[in-house]
Design a protein around this ligand. Structure first.
Ligand code: SF4
Length: 306
């Protein structure tokens, strides 16, 4: 279908720009929450700041009237870590872009959240063109070419791990293929007031899918009470428990998929473990128990007490 290829919202930038400023103007003083950004129309022009900074006076923030300053703001987290995915919910706070006209508002927002205002508008107008996973996967080459080998359930678990609100504020709009649904769990209303669809798996997802393929192709052994697991998964589980005990979880960069404590890898493991069936209740070894005092709840003790 040639008309379904190419840009995800062709020819829609002009109406989307108008719709964005109209949407913000209509909100009055409170403004609008667009993912983690708060956008307001003020007498001196549009203002954007982090949603967390809504209660601060403007002069308490690092102010700029240059929409291109948004590019640097979007690059780092509060801790100075690089942000490979601009829709991760880790945009830094403490700044304001003020005195913007409608064109500058669009430019600034597009640096903070590349293509998101356009996809928000196209999603609302039901004109967004999506590229489904099988087509995206077939286009990959070199070290990423093998991601096409992932089966449907692994792709679904990868999306649950990689694309939920806790790690990305877009909403997956692509499916496995035209006739095979992703079956993403409904997460309720998206953060903020703007639902921003994701029309195609991004480079973070592709890179994560490669890691998932390694996990899926490793030999697995049965683990009572859990799903069959590979040796890397068992080591990951061990590292997870140790890090949780040491309070060092959550300090891995989001693109470091070799690290077993990467949040998306942990989420993938959790998605796999969610399929585990509880083991059957084991028989209590009460008959002939040498204990003088029965354990609490011992069925043999209860029988003897009658
Ligand atoms: S593929 Fe997933 S992680 Fe990437 S932008 Fe889309 S929703 Fe976000």
């Amino acid at each position: 279908m040639p008309d379904a290829r190419g840009a995800h919202a062709p020819g829609m930038i002009a109406p989307a720009r108008t719709a964005l400023s109209t949407w913000v103007d209509a909100a009055g003083d409170a403004g609008r929450a667009f993912l983690q950004a708060r956008i307001r129309a003020t007498p001196s022009g549009y203002e954007i700041r982090h949603e967390r900074d809504v209660g601060f006076p403007l002069d308490a923030l690092e102010i700029s009237a240059d929409p291109f300053a948004a590019r640097a703001i979007a690059q780092e987290t509060d801790d100075g870590e690089h942000r490979p995915l601009k829709t991760s919910p880790n945009m830094r706070a403490g700044w304001a872009l003020a005195g913007l006209d409608a064109a500058a508002l669009w430019t600034a927002l597009d640096y903070l959240y590349p293509a998101c205002a356009l996809h928000w508008y196209a999603g609302g107008a039901a004109t967004l063109r999506v590229t489904h996973w099988r087509e995206t996967a077939l286009r990959q080459s070199g070290m990423y070419g093998a991601v096409k080998l992932l089966d449907d359930d692994a792709v679904r678990n990868a999306a649950r791990a990689c694309c939920a609100d806790v790690v990305c504020l877009r909403r997956v709009a692509w499916e496995i293929d035209e006739g095979t649904a992703m079956e993403m769990a409904e997460e309720g209303e998206p953060p903020g007031e703007a639902r921003v669809p994701c029309p195609e798996a991004c480079s973070i997802f592709i890179s994560f899918a490669r890691q998932v393929l390694k996990v899926e192709r490793a030999p697995r052994q049965p683990v009572p009470g859990l799903v069959p697991m590979g040796s890397d998964e068992l080591r990951q589980l061990q590292a997870l428990v140790v890090a949780a005990g040491n309070g060092t979880l959550g300090r891995v960069r989001e693109g470091e998929f070799d690290d077993p404590l990467n949040t998306r890898r942990i989420r993938y493991l959790a998605a796999r473990l969610a399929d585990a069936e509880a083991p059957p209740e084991s028989e209590l070894p009460c008959e002939g128990c040498p204990r003088g005092t029965p354990c609490a709840g011992c069925p043999v003790g209860a029988e003897l007490a009658r």
